[in-house]
Design a protein around this ligand. Structure first.
Ligand code: TNX
Length: 510
């Protein structure tokens, strides 16, 4: 355009290429040694060699490389002298554990080793970042040179639980939108997606024994926007898709508060037997299940039983936040009855940190959403052996505005710029909750103000990458100045992937 040549190649700027290195990977690896003389170049002759147990990850990698390169790389058992990307389960350094990997890029080929398919999958996400950003383009890139940056990586996570949460209750997101988000978070080694499936404004999962929960209770959304729900078949399909990305779904039904949608649908869930009006505003803390009613526990057990049956993951979320309309005594009574129901159907509990005061079993994971410092109930839970999941709202809440001008989101926990999302340590956040009491981190995305996938992307990126790095990388590697440099280099990848991200002035985007 500058040359005044309409329609010339110069008029359409391609995402700018940046130098790549094993030391630039996000989340930053435990050990990485660059060797610029050991770059490997992918050609149509490259093969993907999959050892035993590596077939699924090999097929995923093949798919990842297929569109932009145009190469249909064969997955083979023996490379027969051809240049190969080799995926092997076993023979890795013991330090890699259940999710780590070893990656070696040499001129002659790429070798990825792990102890599990999950580890290989995370290694593939690292490998992906060593290729040009256009590897993620949605059409064939004829002029690209597919060079993998040379060197070696040995990597494994700091925490086993690295989560994202999506609120599909305030606004509904279709199965394909959820799958898109799954792909976006998987690239940063997130291994858990918590789905907030029910709240005051909508119920989003089919429950066959209470069929109107979804068909009626799922109709609305915030501001009267259209709702929706997942059939159990659709939910299982989301679970399977997530599993193919080594992500476990943790379904949450919020209770005993945040239950207006259910109580508007079934009159018998109210103490006076009268259905409450449906609501589409964003107030919190006004609803409560009827704690003294046997019907309540019949309802909760039916929901837990059906949800447990379609959820292969260990954890089931039973809410517990902001139950301002439930007395403390009722709150405790409620969980004394509900907590054993989760165990009865073979699952473990996750819940918002308020459940700590009900003395849940040591296997339960309270999720901390306050802003750090003292919390006697959470500290006591940690002392009893509970692991705490960290999602401090002033750092990890992806629905907080970045700055006062951010058109989307809320600000009750403050403004959360990219640096705020990155600059915290889960092991020193809450008094009495040290490293060994931390299950991991989670980045919740509440959707009162978010309606589209573009909206989700704008709030999640770049902050999600920072939370992911806190969950994966060693605390000793924590360094904002180094992080912002590495983060800047992710932008061309987001562009290639079509992710609409926030160009924070805190980062010198390339
Ligand atoms: C508080 S934090 C909530 C949610 C809202 C969110 C909005 C927590 C456990 N509950 O009900 O969606 O704020 O930021």
């Amino acid at each position: 355009a500058a040359l005044g040549l309409p329609g010339s190649a110069a008029a359409v700027p391609a995402p700018r290429e940046v130098e790549r290195s094993v030391t630039d990977i996000v989340p930053v690896p435990v050990e990485a040694k660059a060797d610029p003389k050991a770059n490997f170049t992918l050609t149509p002759l490259t093969v993907i060699r999959a050892g035993q147990g590596a077939g699924d990850v090999a097929a995923y990698l093949r798919g990842l490389l297929r569109t932009s390169t145009g190469y249909a790389l064969p997955v083979v058992q023996r490379s027969a002298g051809l240049p190969a990307i080799s995926l092997e389960v076993g023979h890795a350094d013991p330090r890699v554990g259940t999710e780590g990997y070893q990656l070696d890029v040499a001129k002659s080929g790429v070798t990825l080793k792990a102890d599990t398919a999950a580890g290989l999958f995370e290694g593939v996400q690292s490998l992906r970042q060593l290729l040009p950003a256009t590897i993620d383009a949605k059409s064939v890139q004829f002029r690209a040179s597919w060079t993998v940056a040379g060197g070696s990586v040995l990597d494994y996570p700091r925490f086993g639980y690295r989560g994202a949460m999506l609120d599909v209750a305030r606004h509904f997101f279709t199965p394909s939108q959820v799958k898109l988000y799954i792909d976006q978070i998987a690239q940063y080694k997130i291994n858990t997606l918590h789905l907030h499936l029910a709240d005051d404004q909508g119920w989003r999962i089919e429950i066959k024994s209470w069929p109107r929960l979804a068909t009626e209770g799922g109709k609305g959304a915030v501001d009267g926007d259209p709702g929706g729900y997942y059939t159990q078949a659709e939910y299982k399909d989301i679970v399977a898709y997530a599993a193919s990305r080594h992500i476990t779904i943790v379904p949450e039904i919020d209770m005993p508060g945040h239950t207006n949608a259910a109580q508007a649908t079934y009159a018998e869930l109210n103490c006076d037997g009268v259905a409450v009006p449906p609501r589409t505003d964003t107030e919190v803390g006004y609803s409560s299940l009827c704690i003294s009613s046997p019907t309540t526990y019949k309802f909760v057990e039916d929901v837990i039983r059906e949800l447990a049956a379609i959820t292969p993951g260990k954890y089931l979320g039973i809410g517990g936040d902001e139950a301002h309309s439930t007395t403390d005594a009722d709150y405790k009574t409620f969980y004394q009855k509900v907590s054993p129901l989760v165990a009865k159907y073979g699952k473990l509990i996750t819940g918002w940190h308020e459940i700590s005061k009900t003395q849940p079993p040591a296997s339960a994971i309270p999720q901390y959403w306050d802003q750090g410092g003292a919390n006697a109930d959470v500290a006591a839970a940690a002392a009893r052996g509970n692991k705490i999941l960290m999602s401090p709202s002033n750092h990890a809440y992806l629905d907080m505005k970045y700055n006062a001008q951010t058109p989307l989101g809320q600000d009750w926990a403050g403004l959360v710029e990219v640096k705020d999302a990155y600059d915290w340590d889960p092991a020193t956040l809450v008094d009495g909750v040290g490293e060994s009491s931390v299950a991991g981190v989670e980045a919740p995305l509440w959707t009162e103000t978010l309606r589209t996938s573009d909206n989700l992307e704008y709030m999640a990126f770049p902050r999600l990458a920072g939370i992911a790095e806190i969950g994966w990388s060693p605390q000793a590697s924590h360094n904002w100045d180094a992080y912002r440099e590495r983060l800047a280099k992710q932008a061309p990848r987001w562009q290639a992937q079509g992710i609409d991200f926030y160009r924070s002035p805190q980062v010198d985007w390339r």
